[in-house]
Design a protein around this ligand. Structure first.
Ligand code: ADP
Ligand code: ZN
Ligand code: ZN
Length: 803
């Protein structure tokens, strides 16, 4: 038997499976989707079995043998193996990268597999018993006999043994000590024979008599009986109870905020939307819906009831949310509705917790996964619905290889399972809305808020006028007045600082020098916490200079409008206000988001001040005011999506106000009040914005009218990178159709990062049948020749930004 194996060496120029001979003793147990250890050159590497066949094109003596089978139970299904191929092809990445992105990181680490005996009494096979030799846990590789392996596999399917990965203390399987309390006869007898001085033991036995025959976690037992471990041990030794270590899962902190656990009575619009999704779910055909609903229109309730519908049919559901740790309220709603059936996967979990959640899915112990981008690869095998909330978010696109978009993967998986996809947003991406307009997606509209609350009134404040009037503060007179009013009425305010594109940099007032990173073409960012300057691209850090490095002037100071500066201004303007700040600095610790949000929801602060993190998900009844301190910072980015991002953010943030009984008010402060993205955010009407933005995209030839692909080159040597970029671009021009536009090569907007010079070229096309093949060939040239010369090249199909 021959196995086709994709090996874990992504620096290798060739990306294809290699043939390996399957040792006889593994023939009956090996399956596609299992991991193996194989020799590769001088090394042993991990690989994935992607195919099994009886013959190889290679001569037999040239075939190397599989060293070890890592998984008795395959970690990837046929569907996921096929999906990996598709992802690799469409994103032009190595198949191994696509395979690995599907599994939790803990499974990529160094490990050894162990067999643990769960129910020793049910093992009757003499050979197994002799291999065990009295042990309850042995390394899997010690089982080398084929019949024996098959037996272990059967045992494992029945739960008599379990196979687990010992990665490290932190990420391995967690076990708890469980005490099985003896029956009442045994206990009564023991009580009679116990030494009169052993008072504590007698006390424990009496406690146990009330719980005879039960099993209880040791920690809980000690807690409830008030007895120490030494006493418990003594009673166990005397036969009053037995102990065992039982596998358990680490429970990620599940924040419990206010919610409605029962399905709500749907509004008419929600009902119509849900019915269409149900019909699709029952039809067995793939269909993609764009659920366009204004903020607070009850999209989540539609998701919940659609999921309930497919669960009732015995199917599973995947729900993606952007950076889930930022929206604990959202997760809580799913957990409240579906309880134990929900696994949560987000970046805030430890490697071990992620591994646990993954195993729950793999073992079919849960039916719903709520997670960030990579949860789209959840190893379900009977998916009934896939949901992407806030589908316009750029975090759904992975920045590193494989550069996949979760929306594309969702649609591919739905085609395999014949199930619906719901893309939900108040401000859909232009791409999705355009597809919905053309009928590629089915449009579902929720135009009213669920409880019929009016949208908040939005006022745009021209900050240029404020400056003219002599107001140099970050707060306009109007916004400051509104905050004061909220403080008086004991209502809550959310202040949003658009952090993207803003940086607080250090500038010399005499010569105008801005302190730059020595390795990158970018200014350093001021960090107040340790009075230092940091580069966000390469990590370089240095103390804040006391004099200007250029002219030695002492008039050097930091500029910008960070959250810390805003906090200081608030405390000057409103000394009585209690402020919570939520930004990268205050949320570094695990659970910090949840803590800040909980404090705010419990009314422990008047003002929540934060960056992007607070733009979505917040749903607190007492928020009646939202202030955007500077709307412009995303507006002037050199990015064709700048206006779209600004409009989306303004609409999202505004949607935080007045979601319940109290009416909401929003102030957007800006230096460009006439810009259409700001003008239209005022009314929060999506269609007019969509129409204007579409005509701009058409005029400049950007998506969704054209597709774009970005090819980037970097090298330590400026002349070399220019040369390679020129070569690459020439190749593209010679191979692609004449209708395809190729812009560049040109230096990237940030022309140097970490001492490497950067060039790029942009491919724009409406239809380019030769795109993938041409790019594959370009990559082959790079991997076989250019890489050796120190070049790094990346290809990004459908990039989220182009600099
Ligand atoms: P969205 O996700 O569209 O912003 P949500 O699903 O968060 O909106 O709903 C906004 C608020 O309205 C929530 O507090 C939710 O509990 C409530 N809600 C949703 N649907 C209904 C309904 N049918 N009846 C009453 N309240 C609802
Ligand atoms: Zn200077
Ligand atoms: Zn740098």
């Amino acid at each position: 038997m021959i196995a086709e194996v994709i090996v874990d060496v992504s620096a290798y120029p060739i990306d294809r499976p290699f043939d390996y001979a399957v040792p006889e003793h593994l023939e009956t147990v090996i399956e596609c989707g299992s991991r193996v250890k194989v020799p590769f050159g001088p090394r042993k590497v991990i690989g994935y079995v992607t195919g099994l066949k009886s013959e190889s094109d290679l001569e037999e003596h040239k075939l190397k043998k599989i060293d070890e089978l890592i998984d008795l139970d395959p970690v990837l299904s046929q569907e996921l193996l096929g999906l990996a191929k598709k992802v690799a092809r469409e994103t032009l990445s190595y198949e191994i990268d696509a395979l690995q992105v599907m599994l939790p990181a803990a499974m990529r680490a160094k490990y050894e597999k162990f067999i643990s005996i769960e129910r020793p009494d049910e093992i009757d096979d003499a050979r197994v018993l002799s291999v065990l030799n009295g042990r309850t846990r042995i390394p899997l590789k010690q089982v080398t006999d084929s019949a024996l392996l098959k037996l272990v596999k059967d045992y494992s399917e029945k739960g008599i043994v379990s196979v687990d990965t010992a990665i490290s203390q932190q990420t391995g399987v967690k076990k708890v000590r469980v005490i099985h309390i003896g029956d009442s006869d045994t206990l009564s007898e023991l009580l009679l024979t116990i030494h009169p001085n052993a008072k504590k033991q007698a006390e424990l036995i009496r406690w146990m008599l009330n719980h005879a025959g039960k099993s209880i976690e040791a920690a809980k037992l000690m807690n409830e009986s008030g007895i120490q471990n030494s006493v418990l041990k003594a009673v166990i030794e005397k036969g009053g109870a037995t102990e065992a270590y039982v596998e358990t899962y680490r429970e990620p902190d599940a924040p419990k905020l206010q919610d409605t656990p029962m399905p709500l009575r749907l509004t008419e619009e929600q009902h119509t939307a849900l019915e269409k999704v149900k019909v699709a779910a029952d039809s067995g055909n793939a269909e993609t819906f764009l659920l366009h609903g204004i903020t607070g229109s009850g999209k989540t309730e539609v998701y919940l009831q659609a999921i309930k519908h497919v669960l009732d049919k015995g199917k599973e559901a995947i729900v993606l949310v952007p950076e889930i740790s930022l929206t604990p309220q959202m997760t809580a709603r799913f957990q409240e509705r579906f309880g134990e059936l929900v696994a949560v996967m987000h970046s805030g979990l430890s490697a071990g917790e992620k591994y646990d959640e993954w195993r729950k899915i793999h073992r079919r112990e849960v039916k719903v996964v709520v997670g960030a981008r990579s949860a789209i690869f959840a190893p379900f095998e009977n998916i009934g619905i896939i949901i992407l909330d806030e589908e316009h978010e750029s975090t759904y696109k992975q920045e590193d290889t494989p550069r996949y978009h979760a929306r594309d993967v969702a649609i591919w998986r739905s085609e395999y399972f014949g199930c619906p996809v719901i893309l939900g947003s108040a401000t859909p991406s232009l791409e999705s809305y355009a597809r919905a307009s053309k009928g590629v997606y089915t449009l579902l509209e929720l135009s009213k808020r669920a409880k019929n609350q009016p949208l908040p009134t939005v006022t745009v404040v021209d900050m240029r006028e404020e400056l003219k009037e002599g107001n140099r503060s970050m707060f306009s007179v109007q916004l400051a007045e509104a905050i004061r009013l909220r403080l008086e009425k004991k209502e809550q305010t959310v202040l949003f600082l658009n952090k993207r594109g803003f940086s607080s940099f250090v500038l010399c007032r005499d010569c105008g020098t801005v302190v730059q990173c020595p390795n990158c073409d970018i200014s350093l960012t001021y960090h107040r916490a340790n009075e230092s300057l940091k580069c966000h691209y390469c990590g370089h850090e240095e103390p804040v200079p006391l004099v200007c490095p250029e002219c030695e002037s002492e008039h050097i100071r930091f500029f910008g409008t960070g959250t810390q500066k805003a906090e200081e201004e608030i405390s000057k303007l409103f000394p009585e206000a209690r402020v919570l700040r939520m930004d990268v600095d205050t949320t570094r610790q695990k659970g910090a988001h949840e803590r800040i949000l909980r404090q705010f929801s419990e009314g422990k602060a008047d003002i929540l001040l934060g960056t992007q993190m607070i733009a979505k998900g917040l749903d607190f009844p007492n928020i009646t005011l939202v202030g955007v301190l500077a709307a412009d910072t995303t507006l002037h980015l050199a990015d064709f999506r700048a206006a779209e991002k600004t409009f989306q953010l303004m609409t999202q943030v505004s949607g935080r106000a007045g979601r319940h009984e109290l009416a909401g008010e929003v102030f957007i402060q800006t230096y460009s009040p006439e810009h259409y993205a700001i003008e239209l955010a005022k009314t929060q009407h999506y269609e007019p914005f969509y129409n204007l933005e579409m005509s701009a995209r058409k005029q400049y030839g950007y998506p969704p009218f054209f597709f774009i692909t970005l090819v980037q080159f970097s090298h330590e040597d400026l002349l070399k990178v220019a040369d390679f970029a020129e070569k690459g671009t020439r190749y593209l021009k010679s191979s692609l159709s004449p209708d395809t536009v190729i812009i560049g090569p040109a230096a990237a907007a940030i022309s140097r990062v970490n001492n490497r010079y950067r060039y790029q070229c942009l491919i724009k096309y409406k239809k380019e049948p030769k795109l993938i093949e041409t790019l594959q060939q370009l990559i082959r040239m790079y991997r076989t020749n250019w890489m050796k010369e120190g070049l790094l090249m990346s290809v990004d199909v459908d990039p989220t930004s182009i600099f």
